[in-house]
Design a protein around this ligand. Sequence first.
Ligand SMILES: O=C(O)CCC(=O)C(=O)O
Length: 260
Amino acid sequence: MSLLILQSEQKKFFDDNGYLLLKGFYNPEETQEMRRQFHELVTDTDSRPKNVKYSFMDAPEGYAPDEFNPRNVAGMMDQTLAGDYWFDQFTDPRIVSAMVDLLGRNLDFHNGKIRNKPPGFVCDQSWHQDWPYERHSKPELAAAITYLDATDFEAGATEALPGSHLKGEYPTIEQSHTIPDEHMPDNEHIVLAAEPGDVAIIHVLTVHRAGHNYTPLGRNAIINEYKTAEAIDQWGNPCAFAGLPLARNGQLLMPRVHQI
Ligand SMILES: O=C(O)CCC(=O)C(=O)O
């Protein structure tokens, strides 16, 4: 089957490892515009539709919010509803094509969120698979994490366990989706050091975690998830545009709003 945008080595890497880091997926001008739009999104919060949901973080002792995200927005759900730019952002033909190449030729949207790591952010969710949060009839889902800032170890990087998506569902600590440390092999995980404009794709069964951020600068990212049309929702996905058809038989369906 021919691929729309990725190289066959990239697809094989994803199939074998359950993640893929696409360096420079957005060019510097696109990344600058995305950062500008994002800054507006986290500062001009009151004029947004009410179903765009924000969560804020109190600055931990010894840290202060940075100028890029002065209200310390830690997360958002359904940024996809925030305006035309954000609709085009999750339907971008390049990301839809990459997901078609990795997941399948019939592709739907799943959900969109913002996940920030403000200065001093500590991730208590730890190692997890996305699967228990979003069960479907089959695990044909993946998240695209678009980084707006440089991330590295202890500067908010995502970490992942290569090949873990091939091992089924991991045991979790009671009443949580966190995987206990004894199920994590020593020194086998990787740190996804990313630059602004890079995109990491994480398979729904890949064990991963968000890193802490011990720096004085926030690390901000947009996370959009996609699924095949054949993967049927079993958790009652309440998110905006859940199940929106984006490609059928490898043909992309969405027009660009900003060109209309
Ligand atoms: O923010 C990250 O680096 C990872 C996000 C994550 O683990 C998740 O949304 O499930």
